[in-house]
Design a protein around this ligand. Structure first.
Ligand SMILES: Nc1ncnc2c1ncn2[C@@H]1O[C@H](COP(=O)(O)OP(=O)(O)OP(=O)(O)O)[C@@H](O)[C@H]1O
Ligand SMILES: [Mg+2]
Length: 548
């Protein structure tokens, strides 16, 4: 047996043991259900205050921090079954959804500060309500539910917020365009929804403030991270950076930019370069040839570009050349409201607020004719990894964590628990198909999509980059197969398109982040269809008549 197999074997059986060990808690919750069903709305809500009181009592008079925490944990475990039963009932009365038993297990896993792997569509959003409610009862502040984008944060805060508000808790939601007062209010709530970037940046900004009263975050008590693999593993090492302008002149970027279109592109053949510059897409480089340097010197009106006094200008020219040859609008970046925004190559997501370093960003700004932000100096920075380590208790949910289990364990000391599906799986998961060459792969992909489309089977095509999405789209266009392309640039609209991706014969191409968290229903999503219909008739959703 290989080491890997050994691992899965050990892992598999300890997982089974874990599931078995929490089964009695699930039964306890189920046993409470009939009695709790009898409670009135007011009686249910009253339990929240009583729980809070109970938790205060448990730590009353204890001054030792560790002892306080130990007692608090104990008290939380004690009230868990009833609290979960109450959340379940509140959910039935507000959202109409009754937590399945496997969702209760998921809730326990999260409460214990572990990662719950639940397959896609198993209802992780609803799972989070259980530990969020329970832990908010301590009143310590800082129960944060973290999602991958603003759209999901507000969707979840609204949708799941019904349950919490019904039980008398306050729910806040951090959105990108909020000011400090709004943020403070959102953090003051019992439970706060928001994205990893917002939480991280708020932390950084708070650290730069001089006055405690203006800080927005209250603490880092408990985090429930949705799509935890992408946040804690894929993005974890990307630093969040707050930078401020330094006083540097920006006209040199425009000067350098102006000469690039006048240079002739050449190529490199057998080590010999022709033209005035050569580009190597593969190595991601662009350099001036000797002729190019001569021409640039003439155009700029400087004697020798390589003279130490011209170092800065030379650097600008080099960056401008890169900006023109290797960075394409709507591929590597987009321009929105006069700002150059980086598009993440892998996920297709917009990286608002991030800048390329070393003058490249300014070069692209010059190329696009937008205002050049001054070269920045870093004022504060933290990696997401270090941010999430601030939490006293960290937990996460994802559809696929098992493969990264080792990394979760070593980096964050987080266990992964694989939770069975509510119903037996009816989805067929096929194994990978491997092609010898890329063209063969793309041919097969196109054939498969055409076949699905002709049979009326809706197809969702996932790609790793915006580039690949476009490649497929071009081929489909040639084959006259109607399709939608999403690259996670417009979350809200994309969620709507994704919602309809299940209609007959639909073909939807998306990078892996696009529309994440939206249900694809076979035949289309009636909710979204109705909203779409009303929008066309220009009727507000709440004002719609039965007939409409
Ligand atoms: N207990 C339940 N009863 C009825 N419907 C449920 C229940 N739990 C979840 N759902 C429904 O299942 C669908 C999927 O839920 P959700 O989006 O939370 O899944 P998910 O596990 O987060 O999936 P993904 O991995 O794609 O993000 C939603 O439409 C939700 O309303
Ligand atoms: Mg989800």
């Amino acid at each position: 047996m290989g080491f890997d197999q050994l691992l899965t074997k050990v892992f598999g059986s300890s997982n089974q043991r874990y599931l078995k060990s929490v089964q009695p808690i699930v039964e306890q919750i189920n046993e409470l259900e009939p009695a709790i069903k009898k409670l009135s709305d007011e009686q249910l809500r009253a339990r929240t205050a009583e729980f809070k009181e109970q938790l205060q009592q448990a730590v009353a008079g204890v001054t030792d921090m560790n002892e306080r925490k130990r007692r608090e944990r104990e008290a939380l475990d004690e009230i868990l079954p009833e609290a979960f039963a109450i959340v379940r009932e509140a959910s039935v009365r507000t959202t109409g959804m009754r937590h399945f038993d496997v969702q209760l297990i998921g809730g326990i896993v999260l409460h214990q500060g572990k990662i719950a792997e639940m397959r896609t569509g198993e209802g992780k959003t609803l799972v989070a309500t259980l530990p969020a409610y329970l832990n908010a009862l301590t009143g310590r502040g800082g129960v944060h539910v973290i999602t991958v984008n603003d759209y999901l944060a507000s969707r979840d805060a609204e949708w799941m917020g019904q349950i919490h508000r019904f039980l008398g808790l306050e729910v806040g939601c951090i959105q990108n365009d909020m000011d400090d007062f709004e943020r403070q209010a959102a953090y003051a709530a019992d439970i706060t929804y928001g994205t990893n970037n917002e939480f991280g940046f708020d932390y950084l900004r708070d650290n730069m403030k001089f006055d405690l009263a203006t800080c927005v975050q209250r603490g880092h008590y408990f985090a429930i991270v949705d799509e935890v693999d992408s946040i804690l593993i894929d993005e974890a090492r990307t630093p969040l950076i707050i930078s401020g302008p330094s006083d540097e002149a920006t006209d040199k970027y425009y000067k350098a930019d102006a000469i690039i279109p006048q240079l002739k592109k050449g190529e490199e053949l057998d080590g010999k370069k022709t033209g005035e510059y050569v580009v190597d897409e593969r190595q991601h480089t662009a350099v001036l040839t000797e002729d190019g340097v001569d021409k640039a010197e003439k155009l700029l009106g400087v004697g020798n570009l390589y003279d130490p006094s011209n170092m800065e200008l030379l650097h600008c020219v080099e960056q401008a050349l890169k900006a023109h040859t290797l960075y394409r609008l709507d591929h590597q970046y987009v321009v929105q409201e006069g700002e150059v925004i980086i598009v993440d190559d892998f996920t297709g997501r917009l990286m608002k607020g991030r800048r390329w370093s070393d003058g490249l960003h300014q070069a692209v700004e010059a190329k696009e004719g937008v205002k050049i932000e001054k070269e920045n100096q870093t004022l504060a920075t933290i990696t997401l990894q270090n941010y999430f380590r601030l939490y006293e208790k960290l937990s996460g949910m994802t559809g696929t964590a098992e493969t990264e289990a080792a990394e979760f364990q070593t980096t964050y000391k987080l266990d992964v628990i694989v939770i069975p599906t509510h119903m037996p799986m009816v989805r067929s998961d096929f194994s990978d198909v491997i092609y010898r060459t890329l063209p063969e792969k793309w041919d097969a992909v196109i054939e498969e999509i055409k076949d699905c489309h002709e049979r009326g089977q809706p197809a969702l095509v996932g790609t790793v980059s915006v580039e690949n999405s476009e490649l497929i789209a071009t081929r489909l266009q040639r084959e006259a197969v109607p399709h939608n392309v999403l690259n996670a640039k417009y979350h809200e609209r994309e969620a709507e398109i994704i919602a309809q991706a299940g209609r007959k014969g639909a073909v939807t191409i998306a990078t892996n982040m696009a529309g994440r968290g939206t249900d694809i229903l076979l035949g289309g999503n009636p909710d979204f269809m109705a909203r779409e219909f009303l929008k066309k008739q220009e009727v507000a959703t709440d004002a719609a008549t039965e007939e409409q």
